[in-house]
Design a protein around this ligand. Structure first.
Ligand SMILES: *Cc1c(COP(=O)(O)O)cnc(C)c1O
Length: 381
């Protein structure tokens, strides 16, 4: 059914509206960088790192060039490589699995919870036991992904990491700003990596990322690795590193966006509650992780099957409501990663890929936009 009033479509993400809200402060920040011309590791970079560490209560923040590079630097710091097993969810963005492979390590895919979509701790334990029994790979690291804005079950994951002697890495790319048991994400794992890709809850105007840790040694290693493995003087090379720094201009953008970030998180939560109450009886809404606050990067609903999802997406499109599929395939089903998979069954991840669908959720949706989205979903179930 075409939208009878032929209003323009609802934006899936509205970075222009957000830019208008912070225009004056943003301009002041960018002008300051253009005036001092320290485009790499300028003063805004250290200022941002301090502000981000304070924001999430972490002892150390090291900004980097992207979320993917944050994951890579975290793994390089632990010497992850050939023969190492890195446990990670099969249902996540590609970058989580890509980095261990780039470093020569083996991703071991773990299934997720069918209601919260987060890594399933019981399956993780079974997968670690199976890898140990096979004796071919050394279990070294587990990556918990805080999928769609909600935290993974860090209480369970940290207990498993401690028991199994694994380094824990929190892939918080979608969930910076979320909290668990009253603490913001950033302090739950040995290392937390996040992304400032423009569409993430806290997004730059280009690529960016950051690492958080309580360990001063790890933080120093991250700083060295992001600048070619440099030592105390610039031309002393201590280790193989990379060019992985955050641009000063992006730090300036992020400092400006940080001034409205709390309000934006509150706006996303308000919208999620409207979706919960209006749609909860008609479609499967995302189950909340207990004692947590989501950053609501993505609001994902589940349809009964693939055909129902196609009908819903087509119906929404006709009503001017965009939707998206995160993710149409589990990672072990991707051509690039199939060879790395040991063949273990991952039924929940495979099922979610056929039925999941994301609705727009961003702080600049108006109440009328949200009503329109809900009406369109209800008209198409
Ligand atoms: C976006 C994302 C990344 C990668 O972040 P980039 O900044 O785009 O490199 C990693 N993991 C997850 C789960 C993501 O959603």
């Amino acid at each position: 059914m075409p939208d009878s009033t032929s209003r323009p479509p609802v934006p899936f993400l509205d970075l222009k509206a957000q830019q208008a809200r912070i225009a004056t402060d943003l301009r002041r920040r960018l002008d300051a960088v253009l005036a001092h011309c320290q485009f790499v590791l300028g003063p805004e970079v250290a200022e941002l790192e301090e502000a981000l560490a304070r924001f999430c209560g972490a002892a150390h923040c090291v900004s980097v060039s992207s979320g993917t590079d944050a994951l890579q630097i975290a793994m390089m710091a632990e010497g992850i490589g050939l023969g190492d097993a890195v446990f990670l969810p099969a249902f996540t963005y590609t970058a989580t699995a890509e980095v261990p492979l780039v470093l020569g390590a083996t991703p071991v895919f773990v299934d997720v919870d069918p209601r919260t979509f987060q890594l399933d701790p019981a399956h993780l334990e079974a997968r670690i036991a199976a890898v140990r029994a096979a004796g071919r790979l050394r279990p070294r690291m587990l990556i918990g992904v805080d999928l769609f804005g909600q935290p993974a079950d860090w209480t369970a994951l940290q207990a498993i990491a401690a028991r199994e002697g694994l380094v824990s890495l929190d892939d918080c790319a979608q969930s910076f700003g979320a909290s668990l048991h009253g603490a913001r994400l950033g302090v739950q794992a040995d290392v937390t990596a996040t992304s400032f890709f423009p569409s993430k809850p806290l997004g730059a105007y280009g690529d960016g990322g950051a690492l958080f840790t309580e360990s001063a040694e790890r933080a120093a290693l991250f700083r060295s690795l992001r600048t070619h493995g440099e030592g105390t003087s610039r031309y002393e090379v201590l280790r193989t590193g990379m060019n992985g720094r955050l641009d000063t201009l992006q730090a300036a953008v992020l400092l400006s966006k940080l001034t409205v970030f709390e309000e934006e998180l509150a706006a996303r939560e308000r919208i999620a509650r409207v979706y919960d109450s209006r749609l909860g009886n008609a479609v499967a809404i995302p189950a909340r992780v207990p004692d947590s606050v989501s950053a609501w990067a993505i609001y994902a609903i589940l349809l009964p099957d693939a055909a129902a999802r196609t009908r819903m997406q087509d119906g929404l499109k006709a009503a001017g409501v965009p939707s998206a599929i995160y993710y149409p395939k589990a990672l072990h089903q991707q051509p690039a990663y199939a060879h790395a998979h040991d063949g273990a069954a991952l039924p929940v991840s495979e099922d979610l890929a056929t039925r999941i669908m994301a609705l727009p959720i961003h702080p600049d949706l108006t109440d009328r936009d949200v009503e329109r989205i809900c009406d369109a979903v209800l008209a198409n179930v």
